[in-house]
Design a protein around this ligand. Structure first.
Ligand code: ARG
Length: 265
């Protein structure tokens, strides 16, 4: 009888083990299925500061449009991935990459040595430089002539960097804004003598606000800049997809079409 009991025990244990294995199997399957739905987490979350026309802006209905948006969508299509673009603002964009809340950023972001320490950049997709926006009546002709004058910039941008390089990090008449439109607003109200920002954006504002009201000052000290998309440091997989997409749209003419749509020939 003891023999039978032992065999029974072994049998029961075996059956339990088979069940356990089956359950484990189901589990991996269901977590695979989970991936299936989060195959949607194959959706790349992209952040932008949608207040930098013509690169990115928010329409009345909240839709984000602009050169960067068209480029991003084209890159995604060519690179075989899906994107979900959200307006994060400028500083939160970088924080979002750090925390993993977003996977990538496209926001007229200049590739700088400093940023390269913290983020990985895609291949460059746009050439830019700084320009100075002043009232049409201003007699300012260079950056140096702005010494002592009130200058507005978007905080933590290369516009801020060039002013700080010229007049010192603690230049008291440098006003940093969370976004560029806020700086432009203060310029319009006469609270600033100049705004320093990217050429594409400054040119767009002159076009919008009128040549009778504002004009552009160039300065030879401004170095060439290039925009890139950013990803979290080490996210080589996403970076490769982005770069592959970018390469494709450069080769097949898509990039040129988008460029012309916004900037002409
Ligand atoms: N190119 C400049 C930089 O990288 C300004 C970019 C600001 N972009 C924006 N969407 N507000 O610092």
């Amino acid at each position: 009888e003891e023999m039978i009991l032992r065999r029974l025990t072994v049998l029961i244990i075996s059956i339990l083990m088979v069940f356990a294995l089956l359950l484990a199997g189901c589990n991996t399957k269901s977590s695979d299925a989970g991936k299936g739905t989060s195959e949607k987490s194959n959706v790349v979350k992209v952040g932008t500061d949608a207040a930098y026309p013509p690169f990115e802006k928010q329409e009345g209905n909240g839709e984000i449009t602009g050169f960067d948006v068209d480029i991003l969508n084209a890159i995604a299509k060519a690179g075989g991935f899906t994107v979900q673009l959200q307006h994060t603002g400028w500083d939160p964009l970088f924080e979002g990459i750090n925390s993993g809340n977003i996977d990538a950023g496209i926001s007229a972001i200049t590739i700088t040595e400093d940023r390269k320490k913290k983020y990985d950049f895609s291949d460059p997709y746009f050439d830019a430089k700084q320009l100075i926006l002043v009232p049409a009546s201003s007699n300012i002709k260079s950056l140096q002539e702005l010494k002592g004058k009130k200058i507005g910039v978007q905080s933590a941008t290369t516009g801020e960097t060039v002013v700080q390089e010229a007049f010192g990090k603690t230049y008291p008449n440098l006003k940093g804004y969370d976004d560029t439109p806020a700086a432009i607003e203060d310029l319009k109200l006469g609270r600033l003598d100049a705004v320093v920002a990217d050429n594409g954006v400054v040119m767009e504002y002159v076009k919008k606000l009128g040549k009778d009201k504002f004009k552009i000052v160039e300065d030879p000290s401004f170095k060439p800049e290039q925009y890139g998309m950013i990803v979290k440091k080490g996210n080589a997989e996403l970076l490769e997809k982005i770069n592959a997409g970018l390469k494709k749209i450069r080769e097949d003419g898509t990039y040129d079409n988008i460029y012309q749509k916004y900037f002409g020939k």
